[in-house]
Design a protein around this ligand. Sequence first.
Ligand code: F6P
Length: 319
Amino acid sequence: MKKIGVLTSGGDAPGMNAAIRAVVRKAIYHNMEIFGIKNGFQGLIEGNIKKMELGSVGDIIQRGGTLLRSARSAEFKTDAGQQKGIDQLKKHGIEGLIIIGGDGSFRGAQKLTEKGFPCIGVPATIDNDIAGTDFTIGFDTALNTIIEAIDKIRDTATSHERTYIIEVMGRDAGDLALWAGLSGGAESILIPEKQEDFEDIVDRLKRGHERGKKHSIIVVAEGVGSGFDYGERIQEATDLETRVTVLGYIQRGGSPTASDRVLASRLGAKAVDLILAGEAGRMVGIQQNSLVDQKILDVLSKEHQTNIDMYNLSKELSI
Ligand code: F6P
């Protein structure tokens, strides 16, 4: 394989740039030509394709967002859209494609592979909701952004003796909320993977208040519902002054942590190795700090497992 392409798709994640850099540099290291496709699958359909050089990815390892931009494309979900994408790749002589993104992006990668165009997926999403990899690129940075926010909110929560509900992203997954809640010392953590008894949350808050606890932090994953709804219900049930913060898109931005940069560099480079070895329809991942790869089809048919031991621990530590 002499010419390959790279694109980012779906919600952006800090560390995508470090992954693009690794793909571009590793491809050039192996004497391949590398093409960047802008605006995800939509840009692919439109032929927004440009050759990249070593310098194209200089000074980006520390930047959030994605140099290649990202988009969600309805047209690419159709057979005609996918065929247009393949035609554009062939026009440029590109023989393989590395797709950096989440499960929606991998569905696109699988479709192209089934149509005879080899693709390799690199998991990048703040949600950490992809099966077959312990971590996705961007999760660690988003987690640290949340922790910084929780620490700040804790200051004002203490000053005013309030209960704070903090709603975090994660789509249908609870990893961001769980890790943030455990590392932020939250009283309760609400995640979609584990039904929490509302009475239990209320009892915990009341118990804390009775023994002199002046403030409380509750982390709510967006996948369980609105932080504002929980805020109202909790204030009503406890009679404690309650405030709600929805952290929102701040969680998707910022300079990637060292951990995300390392992960992105390792996964990006591994994706090039796979494509060079003639592999197709596979996703690279990390398990117990070792690089792994598996069929995208298998990844899509499974669910990422949230660490329920960690959830139980958080309850033990916030009695
Ligand atoms: O998948 C990343 C994510 O930020 C989710 O946590 C969130 O639910 C979703 O994307 C928001 O999507 P959009 O960028 O389309 O608003």
